[in-house]
Design a protein around this ligand. Structure first.
Ligand code: 5U1
Length: 674
């Protein structure tokens, strides 16, 4: 190649990589597969190795990190990085609006820019003549640390701004954060490698951004959302009149913005936005701790000015904290249906995530070791959405001398049976089976639950009472209860007793999938139970199946096959199954049409979107009965996609691949016509 063709090829590679990264990260509209991007990146790196003089500071190859530093230098911010006043109640936001109106001598509804407040780290990124020149942490607002090498590796941070007329200098400010999904993946990898895991996405982002070796940062799934501008010299962005227009200019220049920003007129609309984002909070791909409201008009912003370190024109309206500190008072060990022993933290009650929490899960023995937690410690509790509150870290400098080690029990705290932990498992289990009253209670609750035998009126409390009174020891004994036994129970009237006996009688008519599910075999959920029933057709065939035969069943792997096989080899389980059948539990035969009458035999079908005329599992069963293999993802092997309302990426992928697609009505009509 001649010099000029090499330079041209290099430029072309660079431009393509920049365009693809911009489409992917900023526009959220990728046009090439990841593998193609990686191939181009490898070609670029190879060319730079062959011709080092080609390499420029804005080369996309810089995204992989550079030489490690020995320490971070400091950088003084030309314009201080301010903080925000916080509000928690609706009144705080109204008072903020009132203060603004008073100062401006106005009674109009002010236009506000509204932005989710990301739970990450504020950074400043200076571009000189469109090229990323340096990046700094916020630090104390006046002086931060030079993290240029690390920021350059963040996938959605452009090394060069886009556009013809760029400012000669522009300092972009924004938040670096770790998306929730990336955080989960990172923690999983850290765990697998025996490395330290992070308590939450913010800590993971902070730990990743403060690496002296930027090659490590490059491997972490960090992202930036820009939210304001500091130093600004030249370019059309310097003459816009509002904050929202400024953000639009940043986007034009290739900077990523949070997709959920908006504007609102007056505090009422702001509160509506706050409510909407609050409702979306748990389903957002990133962690937030509130919403930021900013007067949109830049002229009004400068009239309003600042008080000490915060602007008068902006405020953060915070959600109830999802993390709080409290004391670990004790650890109790709970025994689940399959004998799994879960350590549960008893806590000094604390208000977190909008409710008072006094218990949190500690998961298992490994988690206790990872946290290094002791009874008496001050711990950080996290409660996000409806998930069970968790202990995420220990505040070690608040540990007192009387903190006590947590000793994992060797014997079951309920039945005293031996506790065993398989090498491949994180969970320790009581080996007592149905001898253990805790497992007995949970097994019977599961047996009676809605998706299993659906025994009306047999709630958790009643199961506990029946087991504690020694009236039942396994699910089969439910069917031998009599009126006298039930009415003798505390607070159980004649009418309830009669109703329960009727419900027990009604529950005897079930289906084979429900019966198999009700047995509570480890890792056999509703779908697996249905697959087992459709595959083997009879209970006897499931009982007799060896592991090879079990693995033939759709979605049954070696581990699940092992659990089913072992369950069916345990004489006490077979005795209970026989007792249930003897008690009169029956189900209709599964009728399978001969293969030639199965319209979907050998076909892979995918269901997506919301179905309105039947449940997802009902649709799945119907398809399976007609011979289909029902898969969860669309690929070239998919024969048919059935798309309900709000079908998303699976529908687009199917149309890209030219896969036949039906709407729900077409499927319903097809079933009706059979
Ligand atoms: N979204 C957003 N977060 N945040 C944080 N905007 C925003 N603005 C901030 C801060 C500290 O400060 C303004 C003063 C620019």
């Amino acid at each position: 190649m001649t010099d000029s063709t090499i330079v041209a090829k290099y430029q072309e590679l660079k431009t393509s990589l920049e365009t693809f990264a911009h489409q992917y990260y900023v526009l959220d509209a990728p046009t090439v597969p990841d593998a193609q991007y990686d191939r181009l990146m490898r070609s670029l790196i190879k060319l730079e190795q062959q011709y080092p003089s080609l390499k420029t500071p804005d080369s996309p190859s810089q995204k992989v990190g550079g030489k490690p530093l020995s320490k971070f230098e400091t950088i003084a911010h030309e314009i201080p990085m301010l903080s925000l006043d916080n509000g928690f109640e609706d009144e705080d936001l109204k008072a903020f609006e009132q203060r603004i109106n008073d100062r401006l001598n106005s009674a109009e509804n002010i236009e506000f820019a509204c932005e989710p407040k990301l739970d990450g780290l504020a950074v400043s990124i200076l571009y000189v003549d469109g090229i990323l020149f340096q990046a700094a942490t916020r630090g104390d607002g006046q002086i931060g640390e030079n993290i240029t090498e690390n920021v350059k590796t963040i996938a959605n941070v452009p090394l060069r701004l886009r556009g013809e007329e760029l400012p000669s200098r522009i300092e972009v400010r924004g938040e670096v954060f770790m998306p929730k999904e990336g955080f989960e993946r990172l923690n999983q990898t850290q765990k697998e490698q025996g490395a330290k895991t992070f308590a939450n996405p913010r800590n993971a982002a902070a730990g990743s951004l403060r690496q002296l070796d930027s090659k490590i940062t490059a491997k972490r799934p960090l992202r930036l959302y820009a939210y304001s501008v500091g130093v600004l010299e030249g370019g059309p962005i310097a003459s816009v009149k509002t904050h929202s227009e400024r953000l639009a200019c940043l986007k034009e220049m290739g900077l990523p913005l949070c997709p959920d920003i908006s504007t609102a007129k007056g505090s009422e609309q702001c509160l509506a936005y706050f409510k909407k984002i609050g409702e979306m909070r748990n389903s957002l791909s990133y962690d937030i701790d509130g919403v930021v409201f900013k007067v949109d008009d830049l002229g009004l912003q400068s009239r309003l000015g600042f008080v000490s370190k915060a602007p008068r024109w902006a405020m953060a309206q915070k959600f109830p904290a999802q993390e709080e500190m409290t004391r670990l008072l004790a650890v109790e060990f709970q025994v689940g249906r399959t004998g799994a022993i879960t350590p549960v933290a008893r806590l000094e009650p604390v208000f977190v995530g909008g409710v008072t929490v006094s218990n949190a899960t500690l998961h298992n023995q490994d988690e206790i070791a990872r946290l290094g937690v002791k009874v008496g410690d001050t711990v950080v509790i996290r409660r996000a959405g409806d998930v069970i509150p968790q202990v995420v870290s220990v505040v070690e400098n608040l540990r007192t001398n009387d903190a006590q080690e947590i000793v994992f029990p060797k014997a079951c705290p309920v039945c005293d049976s031996h506790v065993e932990r398989q090498q491949s498992e994180a969970v320790a289990r009581c080996t007592g089976g149905l001898v253990c009253s805790a497992q007995r209670k949970e097994a019977i609750k599961h047996f009676a639950s809605r998706k299993a035998l659906d025994i009306d009126g047999l709630g958790d409390k009643l199961v506990e009472q029946l087991v504690e009174e020694g009236l039942i020891h396994n699910p089969a004994e439910l069917f031998h209860l009599n009126l006298a036994q039930l009415t003798a129970l505390d607070r159980f009237g004649d009418k309830s007793a009669v109703n329960l006996l009727r419900a027990l009688d009604a529950a005897k008519q079930t289906t084979l999938p429900k019966f198999l599910y009700a047995l509570g075999i480890r890792e056999v959920g509703e779908a697996t139970a249905r697959n087992l029933a459709l595959h083997f057709l009879t209970l006897d065939a499931v009982i007799k199946a060896d592991k090879e035969a079990l693995i033939e069943v759709q979605d049954v792997g070696e581990i699940v096959a092992h659990h089913i096989y072992e369950f069916m080899r345990e004489p006490s389980n077979i005795a209970i199954i026989n007792a249930l059948v003897d008690a009169g539990i029956t189900w209709p035969d599964i009728e399978v049409a001969p293969i030639e009458e199965q319209p979907f035999a050998g076909k892979t079908v995918v269901l997506t979107g919301t179905l309105s005329q039947m449940g997802r599992s009902e649709a799945k069963s119907k398809l399976q009965e007609l011979g289909a293999k029902v898969s969860g993802s669309v690929s070239a092997k998919t024969d048919l996609l059935i798309a309900g309302e709000k079908a998303g990426s699976k529908l687009s992928k199917a149309s890209e691949l030219g896969i036949e697609t039906w709407d729900e009505q077409a499927f319903v009509d097809f079933l009706a016509a059979r």
